[in-house]
Design a protein around this ligand. Sequence first.
Ligand code: PRT
Ligand code: MG
Length: 211
Amino acid sequence: MTQITLALTKGRILKETLPLLRRADIVPSEDIASSRKLVFSTNQAHVRLLILRGVDVPTYVQFGAADLGVAGKDTLLEEGGDGYYEPIDLGIAKCRLMTAVSADAQPKKGRIIVATKYINIARQHYAQHGRQAEFIKLYGAMELAPILNLADEIVDIVDTGNTLRANGLVTREHIADVSSRVIVNRAAMKTKFAEIDSILSALRSAMEECQ
Ligand code: PRT
Ligand code: MG
């Protein structure tokens, strides 16, 4: 059978994807969380799993190094790649992309500074709202930026809101609802249609069983 490569990330997406894969009868041959390996075989001889950084999943799928991948919609919006389809919303790892400010911040006129790891999403959002902004790229701990006066606002992922609250920030504008999506390389969808279609069908059934 044709080899199928599925790209995943360690972390919360993996945790919520593995039960769905198991129901779809794709079971890694060893425990991914406790291994340092980056490629895993599965109970299905023609299916292997790659463990990548989240931001690299769309890149691998776009260029066909992986046939399928699971990535957060936030990552897909930010990376903005083409070359893949997005056939399934898995409805897992749900959260929201929001802007946030210091709870005691005074409204600021004119140009503001926004710190975020989502530069492209942020640029588009502020432009759409007709607000002038400069953007500072951060790779983590965005919540610190307003506290230390590095930025006036941040654009970040919010789930429970606990992280923001714990750091004296409040949400302002909702940018997008986020969940994890299955993406498929466009060429592979044609050349490996039978194998990929059967995985997509199994995943859809697995999702129904979970509801
Ligand atoms: O490999 P890399 O480090 O780049 O990826 P990762 O380890 O971040 O990947 P992983 O597997 O953990 O998944 C991240 C993805 O999960 C994101 O791209 C989102 O699509 C999704 N997701 C869902 C979240 C959250 N919920 C979430 N709460 N990603 C991050 N958070 C963080 C957020 O950054 C913030 O610091 O949790 C904090 C906010 O949570 P609350 O509950 O305090 O509001
Ligand atoms: Mg992380």
